[in-house]
Design a protein around this ligand. Structure first.
Ligand code: ADP
Length: 396
């Protein structure tokens, strides 16, 4: 078995895979431990049944131990040695360019990156330390959201600021959601029956956090997120790109220090900020159809910013690219968001098939009509499966 762990500061999402067939690992169980350090709640799904437990989870170690005990109780595993490897999702890996076994050097890099990803990397570090203690025999692999974007060229990753900021402080575009982009690139290679290194795509990963990536010859060529996940397109609660002077200006206006303003840009902006009501796309689209001007304002801005980036990336790829892909919670499910974005791309000669955009689907579906110059698809991403596969490849 392979355990995949996605840990935050107060939560651990986990998924267990059976790797008897190395090429096609099957997920057997997935769940989440939440409210760690606050009080504690664990839930998971196994064989179609939902299990829920309310209990004290003072730290990550207690949460992981509880989950493992439950797996043994339910006979999912006989003992912890049945789990031969653990794959971790790590948001920031600085300049590490591929998934890696967690040795001392990799662990140090993840720790150094805490200052670049203070909201994300600390949870992963605590989880790695807990697993090391509880399961000393399990091999551990780190899969980074930044790794896929290490192929960006200087023109894309440099900011026009003093060059010493890059050389001495690592200020550059890193990009995120790379595990998802890697998965989608491999899936699109299968769907289009085209070798990965010839694929040219624009992939819109629209979840709570959201980014768009331009993939040229199967590699990340440019992406919207930057030094941190705050940059790029408008998101659920993040602003995306804004005039940087707004920070100092609003800091003075509101008499708040810079970190508080940055916190507002991360947690109270985007769809939530502009609507003043919700960051959830289901609420936004419902309100949009009811004619609520707050939701209309938020959705119009959201879809325009996304369309603007798609055009920019289409320009980098030239006329003849393989397709636009929508993925993650909003990209996979929101018919309205996809339609509004595509309607704002007159330059690209896309023909949407409204019926296809609306119909239900399994792994993927086409949204564009047969005559459309550019293909458009919705594809379900699977970051956990990607992490599981990388973990198998590095540990078998
Ligand atoms: P993350 O992994 O970044 O937390 P997700 O990929 O789960 O986020 O995406 C969450 C977003 O997807 C929310 O805005 C939610 O409203 C939206 N979403 C999920 N299901 C649907 C749906 N059926 N229709 C429209 N939006 C949806």
């Amino acid at each position: 078995m392979i355990l995949v762990v996605n840990a935050g500061s107060s939560s651990i999402k986990f998924r267990l895979f059976n790797d008897s067939d190395i090429k096609n690992p099957v997920d057997v169980l997935d769940g989440i431990a939440e409210r760690i350090t606050v009080d504690g709640f664990v839930s998971f799904k196994y064989e179609g049944k939902k299990y829920e437990f309310d209990m004290e989870l003072p730290n990550h170690e207690v949460a992981i131990q509880f989950i493992l005990n439950k797996l043994i109780e339910l006979n999912v595993i006989v003992n912890i040695n049945d789990i031969n490897a653990v794959g971790f999702r790590i948001v920031h890996g600085v300049t590490i360019s591929k998934s890696s076994i967690i040795d001392q050097k990799v662990f140090e890099t993840i720790s150094e990156a805490v200052k670049l990803a203070p909201l994300h990397n600390p949870g992963a570090i605590i989880a790695i330390e807990a697993i090391k203690k509880i399961m000393p025999k399990a091999k551990m692999v780190a899969c980074f959201d930044t790794a896929f974007h290490q192929t960006l060229g200087e023109e894309q990753f440099l900011y026009p600021v003093p060059y010493s900021w890059f050389e001495e402080h690592g200020v550059r575009k890193y990009g995120f959601h790379g595990i998802s982009y890697q998965y989608i690139t491999e899936k699109m290679s299968e769907i289009l029956v085209k070798s990965k290194d010839k694929l040219n795509l624009i992939v819109c990963h629209l979840g709570n956090g959201a980014s768009i990536t331009c993939i040229k010859n199967g590699k990340s060529f440019d992406t919207t997120m930057g030094l941190t996940p705050l940059a790029g397109i408008m998101m659920g609660t993040r602003s995306g790109d804004i005039d940087p002077s707004i920070i100092e200006y609003m800091s003075k206006e509101l008499n708040l220090d810079v970190s508080k303003i940055t916190n507002i840009l991360n947690k109270e902006s985007g769809l939530l900020g502009l609507s003043g009501k919700s960051s959830d796309m289901r609420d936004i689209t419902d309100g949009y159809f009811k004619g609520d001007k707050n939701y209309i304002r938020a959705l119009n801005k959201y879809t325009q910013v996304a369309a603007d980036y798609i055009v920019k990336f289409a320009n980098l790829l030239g006329n003849d690219f393989d397709g636009i892909v929508f993925t993650a919670g909003i990209g996979e499910n929101s018919v309205t968001t996809r339609k509004l974005i595509l309607d704002k791309l007159p330059l690209l000669n896309i023909e949407i098939d409204s019926a296809k955009n609306e119909e239900s689907y399994g792994d993927y579906k086409y949204i564009s009509s047969r005559n459309s110059k550019i293909k458009v698809l919705a594809v379900r991403t699977n970051e956990e499966l990607m992490i599981c596969k990388d973990t198998i490849n590095l540990t078998k």
